[in-house]
Design a protein around this ligand. Structure first.
Ligand SMILES: *Cc1c(COP(=O)(O)O)cnc(C)c1O
Length: 403
């Protein structure tokens, strides 16, 4: 038996990605000032960061990080169960639990690791099942693979579909999992009806609110609280610290017994170095600001309305979303790449999102707004997108005519 040559396989896969126009490149940011980014020597106005509240460079947040690093150093030095668990981690967990109204919180180095941990620790048996929205974040789908449970997906936002999947699932333990705010769409899961489905089907309901916490609801407590739900209906939820909270890491919030179980058995929790205590100090400062500064959310709401009104005026069709994630569906991958490149040439950094991050035929520009944007910047973006669209359509018509 001849084994496949791995290098040859990689080469073929690369060729295929090239043919599909799916090569991914990284942009190197050399300097950053709020929503302004210096990329390859050019200053651009960024509409692609998840720093929705503008806390990543906020003075108190950075000062907290610097102070804690001066005292405690740059890293935790060990995992939580060895000797890396610091009082700053503990304080941050308490603050998050208090804010979101949950009994306990457990801190992870990233949301990706936290999602792996939840399913791996809870869905350990062969006929356990995880029922998920089709558009859930990649880490939630990968988590089912790591856990070794059955994965069943239902159509986006479809609670009846979730019900059907649970009804016909094997009779092991079940978990129902959804994003709160969907990261590439900006819409919000029907949490109340999903929570009823979970209750009727005796499934544990887990909500990943990476993009909702800090942003959604009057006090920024996220989609779960905004839907009038809490730990009784949603026994576990995820809040990440790297998006609206401008720092790094994530917490899983839940009933004390579930959280204790995660801390004792989740491999992505146990076998990894704890988040730097200084990062925990930064996140703690960010949470306090997110709780206090209602103006950041009010400003975001105004900017979202301004962007949507402007887009309507110039005939751009946005996807339905009330959150700072405002995608413009283009469908075709070459169109979205051309739009993004044209925008960059006019001084705006907006990310083009393509398969496999989104389904085939659903490529989009993902515009994200921040409380630090000005109304003038948002107006200028709308104008720039309209001009880029006209240019790209014109170029495409020339190509069609000459073909
Ligand atoms: C970003 C994101 C994650 C991963 O969080 P990180 O802290 O960036 O690893 C998980 N779930 C969703 C829905 C996300 O958008």
């Amino acid at each position: 038996m001849a084994r496949p040559d791995l290098h040859e396989r990689l080469h073929d896969q690369r060729k295929l990605r090239e043919a599909q126009g799916r090569i991914r490149t990284r942009r190197t940011v050399t300097r950053r000032d709020g929503v302004r980014l210096e990329v390859d020597g050019q200053w651009l106005t960024g509409f692609c960061s998840n720093d929705y509240l503008g806390l990543a460079q906020q003075f108190e947040v950075v000062a907290a990080l610097q102070d804690a690093a001066a005292r405690e150093g740059a890293g935790a030095g060990a995992s939580h169960l060895v000797c890396g668990h610091h009082a700053l981690h503990e304080t941050l967990e308490r603050e998050m639990a208090d804010w979101l109204g949950y009994p306990r919180a457990l801190l992870f180095g990233s949301g990706f690791a936290a999602n792996l941990a939840v399913q791996q620790a809870l869905l350990s048996e062969d006929n356990d099942v995880c029922v998920q929205d089709r558009l859930n974040h990649a880490s939630l789908l990968d988590a089912s693979r790591l856990a070794g449970c059955r994965l069943r997906r239902y159509p986006h936002l479809d609670s009846e579909g979730a019900m059907r999947q649970l009804k016909h699932a094997p009779d092991g333990a079940a978990m129902l999992v959804t994003d709160g705010v969907f990261s590439m769409d900006g819409d919000i899961a029907p949490l109340r009806s999903l929570s009823l489905v979970a209750r009727m089907q005796q499934a544990l309901f887990y909500v990943d609110d990476a993009h909702g916490v800090g942003v959604v609801g009057e006090h920024g407590r996220g989609c779960v609280a905004d839907a009038g739900l809490g730990v009784n209906e949603v026994p576990l939820q995820l809040a990440t610290l790297g998006k609206a909270l401008g720092s790094q890491g994530a917490v899983v919030l839940g009933e004390a017994a579930l959280i204790q179980h995660l801390a004792e058995t989740a491999r992505p929790y146990i076998y990894t170095t704890a988040l730097a205590p200084a990062q925990a100090a930064a996140a703690l400062a960010a949470v306090k600001l997110a709780r206090r500064d209602h103006w950041r959310r009010q400003k975001l709401t105004e900017l979202v309305a301004l962007f949507r009104d402007g887009a309507r005026r110039v005939g751009l069709e946005l996807m339905p979303s009330d959150t700072p994630i405002q995608p413009l569906l283009c469908g075709d991958e070459s169109t979205v790449m051309a739009l993004s490149a044209t925008l960059e040439a006019s001084g705006f950094l907006v990310s083009a999102i393509r398969p496999p991050t989104v389904p085939e035929g659903k490529a989009r520009l993902r515009v994200t707004l921040s409380a630090l944007h000005t109304a003038g910047q948002v107006d200028a973006l709308v104008e720039a997108i309209a001009r880029a669209r006209d240019l790209v359509l014109y170029q495409q018509s020339l190509r069609t005519a000459s073909a």
